[in-house]
Design a protein around this ligand. Structure first.
Ligand code: PLP
Length: 391
């Protein structure tokens, strides 16, 4: 029977590629999973105090529907965190969501009309384009310079009367690039000049290595900034699905958005209450697992980048998150990056994601490696990769 064209076109390369892996695994062969950015699946367990808070909440029968906009105490804790990063935000500007994913969905559902255009840095995290297309809009990629800074000239050329929003993902998935304060300021200035919403995803704000992280709030002033953040990565709560939207309190341009987005929150009733209670503890409780995690990741990043460059695969040093995005010399051996990734899987069991899944214009000719696994697994994966490319 017919399904909507809208749904039929939805793609998510990171998980779509697992279909190939399942076929491979069915033959009884071992797979090294370097495709999904879930730290909890590796040696980064959810901190004990966060797990305890969830268990206690369930035991105390805090199992009813929460408020649609989120648990007041959690909204308060989110305001504390995000205002410390520089954003002007009150509890009324916060909506708790089922992960950043739902926050992104709600934000784009509220902004995108058929034929609206949404600008995003290429390469980008795939749901950005999927949701834009789902709501009838058109994703428009703008270029980044080799050093990861946004190419402002390219961005300006791509703004049209149909442009509605500019997305910023910093640190970025899949490149691990972190935008510095000057770049953020320039992006805000352009968005202000052209009346664009700014959707800024800071889910990896606590996972940066060599540069200090600047939050969009530091430069937002009264621009219509919609900040997305959540608990999946730094608080190791991927499977619990908790995130949030923060709207810049100083922005009058957001007034209609501020009124309308909560309607979407109400339609889906609420997010998981015990998880929200645990999320309060995540923000207010001990934070010492974070520097430990970042140090472990730094070693893994360095190992992978050194091995890749050592075997002749060009890879820039990512400055945040837990992804490397090396370039592939396709030559005559592979038709495109997807063929490379599938042949790498079939030949070695190493599962990565094709770069074109993160945007055809700037992701093609690359592949993404998740460097979350322990060093011995990464070494083994790099050995297999090296043998494969040199064979
Ligand atoms: N935003 C970015 C940039 C991501 O990389 C991811 C997950 O990989 C998400 C959002 C999804 O976050 P959540 O688990 O909160 O839905």
């Amino acid at each position: 029977m017919k399904v909507s064209d809208r749904t039929h076109g939805v793609e998510y390369a990171i998980r779509d590629i697992t279909a190939y892996a399942n076929k491979f695994r069915a033959q009884g062969k071992e797979i090294i999973y370097l495709n999904i950015g879930d730290p909890v699946k590796f040696d980064f367990p959810t901190p004990e105090h966060i797990k305890r808070a969830l268990i206690d909440a369930v035991s105390k029968n805090e199992n009813y529907y929460a408020d649609s906009e989120g648990l007041p105490e959690l909204r308060k804790a989110i305001v504390e965190k995000e205002s410390e990063k520089g954003l002007d935000v009150t509890e009324d500007d916060v909506i708790v969501t089922n992960g950043v994913s739902e926050g992104l969905d709600m934000a784009l559902a509220s902004i995108v009309d058929p034929n609206s255009e949404v600008l995003m840095p290429g390469p980008y995290y795939p749901p950005y384009s999927s949701y834009v297309k789902f709501y009838g809009g058109k994703p428009v990629e703008f270029r980044l310079h080799e050093d990861g800074r946004p190419d402002l000239e390219d961005l300006r050329k791509k703004i049209t009367p149909r442009s509605r929003a500019l997305c910023i993902i910093s640190p970025n998935n899949p490149t691990g690039e972190v935008f510095d304060r000057k770049s953020l300021q320039q992006l805000i200035d352009i968005a202000t000049e052209h009346d664009l919403y700014v959707i800024c995803d800071e889910i990896y704000d606590k996972i940066t290595f060599d540069s200090t992280f600047t939050g969009i709030g530091k430069v937002a002033k009264d621009a219509p900034v919609v900040l997305l953040n959540g608990f999946s990565k730094a608080y190791l709560m991927t499977g619990w699905r908790c995130g949030y939207i923060c709207m810049n309190s100083s922005s009058r341009k957001l007034d209609q958005f501020r009124e309308d987005v909560p309607k979407l929150a109400r339609v889906r009733i609420a997010t998981n209450l015990p998880v929200q209670i645990a999320a309060v503890q995540a923000l207010r409780g001990p934070q010492d697992h974070i520097p430990v995690m970042v140090e472990k990741l730094r070693k893994r990043r360095d190992l992978v980048v050194k091995r890749l460059n050592g075997m002749g695969i060009q890879c820039r040093l990512p400055r945040g998150a837990f992804y490397a995005f090396p370039r592939i010399e396709l030559g005559s051996r592979w038709k495109d990056d997807k063929q490379f990734v599938i042949e790498l899987l079939n030949g070695t069991g190493v599962l990565t994601v094709h770069g074109s899944g993160f945007g055809v214009s700037y992701g093609s000719g690359h592949f993404r490696i998740v460097y979350l696994p322990p060093e011995d697994v990464l070494e083994r994966a790099m050995d297999k990769l090296e043998k494969f490319v040199k064979s």
